[in-house]
Write a protein that binds this ligand. Structure first.
Ligand code: AMP
Length: 217
């Protein structure tokens, strides 16, 4: 099963991805997490990407596509993608790669949340280096500042500051939102209301995918 999670920053894609990867046992790839790891290691790609990320802009398509194809080491087979594709050029590259492997997308899940809700959500967000996400008020960790899962220190991402979040939202509407129409034409788009409790969002996604205990991957 090849799945893509689509939606604005702060829609809860990371939270849902963590549950879906457990439920469906799919390899999970987040281009944002990959980029943050490149930055932490100060690779050439990490250094090239840093400024775009901190300004809330998209990293150029060719860098992202190369990074992703390197990470999957050949055409992907069964995956959950979070944060990719974010442009029509990236979506077309993914289609070509899947076509070449004789594979296709099972679904693209669009998690929809209004802009005004996003800004409040992201400004309290805390993340660990492995992508586990908390919220200072809504879903705090057991020990302040420490990830419950792996004991790593939680930080606010540079690009989670309010001004940058607004820029990321406008980039989303301009470059990424058109992918909804792209995937609607391919008959794989599933829209889910992300403005509800995480459990309810998860139930809506699994129901839309037809995933039940009897037919889990
Ligand atoms: P995320 O963790 O998915 O919110 O990504 C954080 C930042 O990484 C984004 O604001 C972009 O600067 C960059 N980024 C992640 N994925 C992509 C992508 N598919 N295309 C371009 N830039 C990306």
């Amino acid at each position: 099963m090849n799945l893509v999670l689509l939606g604005p920053p702060g829609a809860g894609k990371g939270t849902q991805a963590a549950r879906l990867r457990e439920e469906l046992r799919l390899p999970y790839l987040s281009t944002g997490d990959l980029l943050r790891r490149h930055r932490a290691k100060e690779t050439a790609l990490g250094l090239a990407a840093a400024e775009y990320m901190d300004q809330g802009q998209l990293v150029p398509d060719e860098l992202i596509i190369t990074m992703l194809m390197d990470a999957v080491n050949g055409p992907p087979r069964g995956f959950l993608l979070d944060g990719f594709p974010r442009t029509v050029v990236q979506a077309e590259a993914l289609e070509r790669s899947l076509d070449a492997a004789g594979s296709r997308l099972r679904a693209v899940v669009l998690v929809e949340v209004p802009d005004q809700v996003i800004v409040g959500r992201i400004s309290g967000r805390l993340t660990c280096p492995y992508g586990h996400v908390y919220h200072a008020q809504v879903s705090p960790p057991v020990r302040a500042g420490v990830c419950d899962r792996d004991g790593e220190t939680l930080v606010q991402r540079n690009d989670d500051q309010v001004e940058t979040v607004r820029r990321r939202l406008s980039v989303y509407h301009e470059s990424t939102a058109p992918l909804a129409a792209f995937y609607e034409r391919h008959n794989v788009l599933v829209r889910v209301d992300g403005n509800q409790a995480p459990d309810d969002v998860f139930d809506a996604i699994t129901a839309a995918l037809g995933v039940t205990p009897a037919n889990r991957a």
